[in-house]
Ligand binder design. Structure first.
Ligand code: F0G
Length: 459
């Protein structure tokens, strides 16, 4: 047997930001003050922040140097042209407009393409994506494969579209009422699970026959490309950059939150191949975001994003990024902690239904687990279960998602292996003490995207 050899991050640390661990009594107090909602904690009260990988990554010296080259002209900033070039080179779309972040692109896309009464199939939902589709008058339909809803299934591409489900929906509502298929790569709510190149191609071919567009949520498409390289037969010799471009070529456009793969703290874009559609997008962006050459971003931020895109497709970067997620996940698996399998791209998802089987779903097991984790070790995670799923717009009852998860999300290039050790040790100890824990009661519920601001009390 060859000796096991470790890998290491392809960077060294040049600037540090101090973080502090409050006492257990202070953490208990802080969690109660935040209504048992980790979104309502103050960042200063958090030790290791795994709430999200969105806008929380560390920029490189190359990106920071680019910030000084910001051209803050109202129109025609040179940084816009650099960004446009980076999107064309690495994602391959013909046209793009910058937006302040991903949901800005989702808003514009939904307004352009969706008419009231339309139906939008997608491979599971993302919160903001679905809400913009609904606000434009559309109805979202989940057409992901069944395996995606089973945290124990080890299917390598749980983000795949179930073509049978897609076909049945289109037959039922009529292709003329399906403006596009919304494909996310990777699928955040399923556990950061990828979609295969073969499946994407099959979706593309089916949609072409029906005259339906395919729109990609490219937020974590680089991570998806890495999974294609390591999991899908026939791709191991191709670069992540090549795979990304080929994958995107199977869609008509994309929405993008640059705050993830693209290694920036703010920004996004909407890309489209069709000239007429792009004309409409360029028109609407002026109303909601800003002129089409800045779309709600400062010149310096567009420069950082252009450079972040270049860095995001480098092989050693993406291998280390997903390698760190795997490191955390492996330790949790070894401790017997129930997590979503296989290990996904941006996060480890704890399966709260199996962690706290004694807590019924409407007493919020995942919300409870996220609160317990913060109190135990100052680690901040995010609920991705019944609170995130919201209510049914017709009946007003909770949506009861099959997946009741807590997401430990890893910012890129921010935390070390020691931070990962502190995290899995805390989760493992909570799992040992799981029998003593009871759920929560919701005492305040906002109307939209309730998970951000809802408040709870201990039962
Ligand atoms: N699509 C996906 C797959 C996302 O994960 C997000 C954001 C968005 C779109 C919206 O982008 O935040 O820039 O407006 N996800 C964050 C998260 C919030 O924590 O997963 P945005």
């Amino acid at each position: 047997m060859p000796r096991h050899r470790s890998w290491a991050e392809p960077f060294r640390i040049k600037v540090v930001e101090p973080i502090h661990l409050l006492s257990r009594a202070e953490r208990t107090e802080a969690m109660a003050r935040a209504g048992y909602n980790t979104f309502l904690l103050r960042s200063d009260d958090v030790f290791i922040d795994l709430l999200t990988d969105s806008g929380t990554s560390a920029m490189s010296d190359y990106q920071w140097a680019g910030m000084m080259l910001g051209d803050e002209a109202y129109a025609g900033s040179r940084n816009f042209y650099h960004l446009e070039d980076a999107v064309r080179t690495h994602y391959g779309y013909r046209h793009m407009v910058p937006t302040h972040q991903g949901r800005g692109a989702e808003h514009i896309l939904s307004q352009i393409l969706i008419k009231p009464g339309d139906h939008v199939p997608g491979n599971m939902y993302f919160t903001t994506t679905r809400l913009h589709q609904e606000l434009a008058g559309g109805t979202f339909h989940d057409v992901i494969i069944d395996e995606a809803h089973d945290p124990t299934s080890t299917h390598p591409f749980k983000g795949n579209v179930d073509l049978g489900k897609l076909e049945r929906l289109v037959d039922e509502v009529g292709a003329e009422h399906v403006p596009y298929v919304s494909v996310a790569a990777t699928v955040n709510m399923a556990g950061g699970q990828p979609i295969s190149m073969a499946n994407m191609r099959a979706v593309r071919e089916y949609c072409r026959g029906k005259g339906i567009r395919v729109i990609l949520d490219a937020t974590r498409a680089v991570e998806n490309a890495y999974f294609i390289k390591v999991r899908e037969p026939g791709w191991s010799d191709r670069s992540v950059a090549e795979i990304l471009k080929e994958f995107c070529s199977l869609s008509d456009g994309c929405t993008m939150s640059g705050k993830k793969d693209a290694l920036v703290n703010i920004g996004g874009w909407l890309a489209l191949n069709d000239d007429d559609l792009f004309d409409e997008a360029r028109n609407l962006v002026v109303v909601y975001e800003g002129l089409h050459t800045y779309g709600g971003m400062a010149g310096r931020d567009m420069e950082a994003m252009a450079r972040g895109i270049e860095e995001s497709v480098q092989e050693d970067h993406i291998r280390a990024r997903i390698g760190q997620v795997e490191y955390l996940g492996r330790h949790l698996i070894d401790e017997g902690v129930p997590i979503v399998l296989p290990i996904g791209g941006h996060a480890i998802f704890l399966d709260a239904k199996r962690f706290y089987p004694q807590i019924p779903q409407d007493e919020f097991p995942a919300q409870t687990l996220a609160a317990e984790l913060y109190v135990d070790s100052g680690v901040r995670a995010m609920e991705r279960g019944i609170v995130s799923a919201g209510r049914n717009s017709t009946t007003g009852d909770h949506n009861y998602p099959k997946l009741e998860l807590v997401r430990l999300t890893l910012p890129r290039r921010v935390y070390t292996q020691a931070h990962m050790d502190v995290t899995w040790e805390s989760v493992a100890e909570l799992y040992e003490k799981r029998d003593q824990v009871r759920g929560l009661r919701m005492v305040y519920e906002p109307k939209y995207l309730r998970f951000f601001q809802a408040r709870f009390e201990r039962l």
